[in-house]
Design a protein around this ligand. Sequence first.
Ligand code: PGA
Length: 253
Amino acid sequence: MTSISRRPLVGGNWKMHMVGTEARELSRELVARLDQPAAEVVLFPSPPLLPTVAEVLAGSPLAWGGQDIHVEDAGAYTGDVSGPQLADAGCTWALCGHSERRRDHGESDALVGQKALAANRNGLTPLICLGETLSERQNGDTFAVLERQLNGALAGRPDPFALAYEPVWAIGTGETATPEIAQEAHRFLRETLADLIGEAAAGAKRILYGGSANPQNVADLIALPDVDGFLVGGASLDPEKFSTMIGCCGEAA
Ligand code: PGA
């Protein structure tokens, strides 16, 4: 596959952590440390924290997004968040199909595809998450799972979008994919992407790695030809770690 330059992208997935005062403090710390970030940076706070984060990040190079998005733009869907609500809160991104949503909320591949389209419809870029569980890997099903998830996510041909390869066994476990495992999966995703949207378009898409990414392991991972950044959970709550990881993306460029 021809190599073309892809600006690194780093997402901070805050999950269901923090209240407003903590979110304000972390946002301020990040704005202070990242006045010229070596990567495109987007923070994903819980919905009630979005106005606070937006207020602090406004005018900075940092963007923010939703951790999930409903397929409909409005309606009787208790507890859900719509694309227009995210856009109104200044979001420019939305996570779609995070494995915790797939696991805890039964999100199917087809639903994830509809969510990606809902994001585009509202001017948001979906960051589509996919990855195999430990048993799927042990059974030799990794590529089949990734292909099925990618086909579902892209069924309606969303654009723009970015992907995050997040092996479920690496999320929050402290066990990171080795560079060999990461590159093999990222290469497979890019080749499968090329079959779906063409080689040039596939070569321009960012594919992030997620799963216990930390300041110690990102340098080896970002150096890989098909790793274009990170989706960071735990380490994104620590401003020093998170900004160090973003800095590593610049050193690889
Ligand atoms: P982790 O989470 O970095 O804490 O493993 C990554 C994610 O779930 O996006």
